[in-house]
Design a protein around this ligand. Structure first.
Ligand SMILES: [Ca+2]
Length: 192
């Protein structure tokens, strides 16, 4: 009997394992880069607000990057990424993570963050390095359907009319549901 029950133990242990979270990609854009955006001066930026349903880990930012001038080959200056919590529809004065400098390339860029979020709304902010047009650009899609995209100019955030949603996304890891006592009891019973 003990040998026959062994495969069943493996299956239940896998399903109940707390090692697997629920990683989701949070985004508002439609994935189609349409217009590149950049600023004249370094330190200005762009941001998008995300609205998780609970605490978790912000694993990565994912941003579609381009090059403003028709340079050949294109030159990428990199960027600084910061995270802010929400304060009445705008980012707080101080970030809760960053700024951290990252190198960039054309297309989708993945910036490793891996920091805890308390479940409140938060912003992923792109802070420009370099002076336009000698800087990178962040793309927006065709239509601003969702109104979560912001501009950061001279120290002030506002809901600038981009014409589209910015292609700023992130990966968010919700913690797995706790193993219920009744499940633990069933697994334990198989070993008796
Ligand atoms: Ca859109």
């Amino acid at each position: 009997m003990r040998l026959l029950s062994f495969p069943l133990i493996i299956v239940i242990a896998f399903v109940a394992s707390p090692a697997f979270g629920d990683v989701v990609e949070l985004y508002w854009d439609d994935g189609i880069p349409y217009v590149p955006h950049f600023h004249n001066q370094e330190g200005d930026g762009w941001g998008v607000r995300f609205e998780p349903t609970g605490p978790g880990l912000i694993l990565q930012a994912k941003i579609y990057v381009g090059n403003p001038p028709p340079e050949d080959p294109p030159v990428f200056q990199g960027c600084n990424i910061s995270l802010y919590y929400d304060d009445g529809g705008f980012p707080t004065d101080e970030p809760f993570w960053g700024p951290v400098f990252f190198e960039t390339e054309a297309g989708w860029n993945y910036f490793t963050i891996s920091t805890y979020c308390n479940g409140n709304n938060f912003y992923v902010a792109w802070i420009q390095v370099g002076y336009g047009p000698d800087c990178d650009a962040v793309y927006a899609d065709t239509y601003d359907d969702n109104h979560r995209s912001l501009r950061y100019l001279n120290g002030i955030w506002d809901y600038y009319d981009f014409g589209g949603d910015l292609l700023i996304r992130c990966f968010y890891d919700y913690p797995p549901p706790a193993v219920q006592p009744i499940s633990l009891g069933k697994v334990k019973a198989l070993f008796n």
